[in-house]
Ligand binder design. Sequence first.
Ligand code: PEP
Ligand code: MN
Length: 339
Amino acid sequence: MIIVMKPGATKEQIQHVIDLVHDFGLKDHPIYGTDRTVIACIGDKRTVDKGAIENAPMVEQIVPILAPYKMASTEVKQTRTEIPIGPKQFPVGGNKVGVIAGPCAVEGRDQLLRTADAVAAAGAIGLRGGAYKPRTSPYSFQGMREEGLKILEAARDATGLAIVTEAIGIESLDAVAEASDVVQIGARNMQHYPLLEAAGRCGKPVMLKRGPSAHLDEWLLAAEYVINAGNSQVILCERGIRTFETYVRNTLPLAALPALRRRTHLPVLIDPSHGTGHAYMVPNMCQAAVAAGADGLLLEVHHDPEHALSDGAQSMTPAAFGEMMNMLKRIAKAIGREM
Ligand code: PEP
Ligand code: MN
């Protein structure tokens, strides 16, 4: 349930209600808005004396939260969440469309720094690159791991880009959180609940990809795990789902954008690289995603896609990326957004 305080409620009056909520065994998540505060209460409501709360000074009303996810829901928070990322604190989730680009995997210092320079020059706000790679086959390149993290840090120092890299397990989470500006939880791990909880305690924003067969509610409940563990800085990333179709690696459902906008205040990125599997499809899908209201994009860019150690077929060249960014800026402008 949500306790809505009247405008002008004092800190003490809000604290009094929070204390009452604790007395009834519920967890409180206050959200301080510009004109009023609401207190979301999570837990077993059966033991709660609602009358006692309703009678507390400056309480306006108590409303139930109907969505199974609570803190991620627009029922609890109507204003869109903005998450500043990286050394320059680029906002994700505001009026700006943020593009995070880079290779699927960190393959070496030259490779990453070269790509980092190119995507920064084209207007990206973040650099992606897996140091730990969740590969379908155990015989495929598994990533440079700790060494890869060091290279990512060097790329941040050189460019000021926000570093986005994946934590594939709890064992490597601390190292990844330390080195990165945004911790990516990959599609395969969307239902790794202990990892989600650990990410909720990691102290960095989390980018949560949609599981390839997850419903929106399941995805939002996965986000709820991170938020409930103490981290409200969650960015969602749609990366396509598995369908019967074979001309694409995954089917990219852009209808998720309006559907999520109705359900959640969290920012949403679109990843047309994994969402199609083909570099030639990526520019069109990016245009559509920006036009449809995406908060940003996550893209794979490699200076030599033919020799990439992973996901070369879906990686754009820096030149194609630069050209596409120019087009996207025009689309963003046409719908009243910046890039
Ligand atoms: C990736 O971003 O390189 C990746 C492994 O993506 P996903 O988890 O969406 O498959
Ligand atoms: Mn990839």
